[in-house]
Ligand binder design. Structure first.
Ligand code: URP
Ligand code: ZN
Ligand code: ZN
Length: 479
């Protein structure tokens, strides 16, 4: 199938110019002015639209088994909702149970993801440690295209990785040339505070942020950064939500340590007032970890994006419906943690970031697509508008508007943290593998059309880092 996108303005992370874009065989075949229309090609008039790389969401949890239930969004419905919102690739998480083989879990997730409507890759979580885990990490890197491993520093007695696991796994990542990533919250402290609050009879969602204050994240971020800095391995922190963690990242980067951070639109825009609602369902609908924070943290997160200390935006798309959230009706620590967002990430960030003047449209492309592609070795196949790249594009309408609502979204969940928010700037058309998969609101997602994205590791680059770590004093640790 050949598609000619005619007359739009191409916008990348570094430049913008008027051009036609010809797509065929799933790739971008040509970019230029007044391209000839090949016989049989379909034409899409772009007019005043911006032609940008499709979004890449580096943090989703489709159909995740978690906290006694399974996330309501599956790989098909979730990637389809992503396409409706201009996101054409995701990186989801394989999360083995403690003592489960990583390879077995990987195959399980690969099976579930076959129904995806958009391309997908995986980070693999290290939830326990043994010689077998170490060996299987090697097999995943060498044979299955995994180049990042996730460590949950929270969720004690479930998937939490304690310090011994972090040290062993980070060292193994260094050997393999793979990126360690962390959910930075001190799980011991969270567990302690949860018990204390429950003992005091504070059982509602208002206790959720009290059990996970900002310093719980700051401490874990500092510890993970110290471990990575001592070993000489890069580090990526998912869903950074506090000034405390941004500061740790900033100091580490200023000291030359390769540390990267991701932020969610929810943490940029919502505050912890949502947990005070008298409507239990509303408050529980916002329960995710880390929680929404006192508003002053938002300033640090925006500044982190502006300065480049935070490089990516994600959603942590992990959906639970009202009846699932109700499992924690009498005990906030049992409310399944997670919120949706894959459909809204790009529009919310354009509206709050570009329209407000906080971000340029080039920075928008960088933080919604290109930086993720670069950090996780998908670039320039993804995250680029250039000849040879995958034809994954979003045609953006800066003048289009939409009011976000659970009653109209495509996400398979009955709640939306951005309910009622009006956004100016919307995806008008989405193209995946050269196919028009969402055309002016008409979602044409195809079950199973998504492909697995193998992501090569960087063994030689990391060998240099390892030599530096061995030969020099460890990099100074930021405090
Ligand atoms: O609350 C969240 N974020 N749920 C998904 C699991 C995680 O921590 O990323
Ligand atoms: Zn997390
Ligand atoms: Zn997550």
């Amino acid at each position: 199938m050949t598609l000619l996108i005619r007359g739009g303005t191409v916008v990348t992370h570094e430049e913008s110019y008027r051009a036609d874009v010809l797509c065929g065989d799933g790739r971008i075949l040509a970019i230029g002015e007044n391209l000839e229309l090949p016989a049989g090609a379909e034409v899409l008039e772009a007019g005043d639209l911006l032609v940008m790389p499709g979004g890449i969401d580096p943090h989703t949890h489709m159909e995740l088994p978690f906290m006694g239930t399974v996330a309501s969004e599956d790989f098909y419905s979730g990637t389809a909702a992503g396409l409706a919102g201009g996101t054409t690739s995701i990186i989801d998480f394989v999360i083995p149970n403690p003592r489960q083989s990583l390879l077995e879990a990987f195959q399980q997730w690969r099976g579930w993801a076959e129904k995806s409507a958009a391309d997908y890759g995986f980070h693999v979580a290290v939830t326990w440690w043994s010689e077998q885990v170490s060996e299987e990490m090697g097999v995943l890197v060498r044979e299955h295209g995994i180049n990042s491993f996730k460590h949950f520093m929270a969720y004690k007695n479930a998937i939490m990785a304690a310090d011994d696991t972090l040290v062993a796994s980070f060292e193994r990542c260094l050997e393999l040339g793979a990126m360690p990533t962390v959910h930075a919250e001190n799980g011991e402290l969270v567990d302690h505070l949860q018990r204390k609050l429950l003992a005091q009879g504070i059982t509602g969602p208002e206790a959720h942020p009290l059990s996970r204050p900002a310093q719980v994240e700051g401490e874990a971020a500092s510890r993970a950064i110290s471990i990575a800095g001592t070993l000489g391995v890069p580090l990526y922190l998912v869903h950074v939500s506090t000034e405390d963690a941004v500061e740790q990242i900033r100091l580490a980067r200023r000291n030359g340590q390769p540390v990267y951070g991701e932020v969610l639109p929810g943490h940029l825009l919502l505050d912890d007032g949502v947990y005070q609602s008298a409507d239990w369902q509303f408050a529980a609908g916002h329960v995710m970890s880390p929680p929404f924070r006192p508003a002053h943290h938002q300033r640090a997160l925006w500044q982190g994006l502006q300065s480049g200390d935070l490089q990516t935006t994600a959603t942590d798309h992990c959906c639970f419906c009202a009846e699932q959230k109700a499992a924690g009706r009498n005990d906030f620590s049992k409310i399944p943690n997670g919120t949706a967002g894959i459909e809204d990430r790009m529009a919310v960030l354009w509206d709050a970031g570009v329209n407000s003047g906080k971000l340029s449209m080039h920075e928008f492309v960088a933080i919604t697509s290109t930086n993720t592609a670069k950090l996780f070795n998908l670039y320039p196949r993804k995250g680029a508008v250039r000849v040879g790249a995958d034809a994954d594009l979003v045609l953006w309408d800066p003048q289009g508007s939409r009011t976000i609502s659970a009653s109209t979204h495509h996400q398979n969940v009955d709640f939306n943290i951005f309910e009622g928010r009006q956004v100016l700037g919307v995806p008008r058309h989405t193209i995946s593998q050269g196919r028009l998969v969402c055309c002016d609101g008409d979602l044409r997602a195809v079950r199973g059309a998504g492909r697995y994205l193998p992501r090569p590791a960087w063994p030689s680059a990391y060998q240099a880092l390892q030599r530096r770590a061995e030969q020099q004093q460890p990099l100074p640790v930021a405090r």
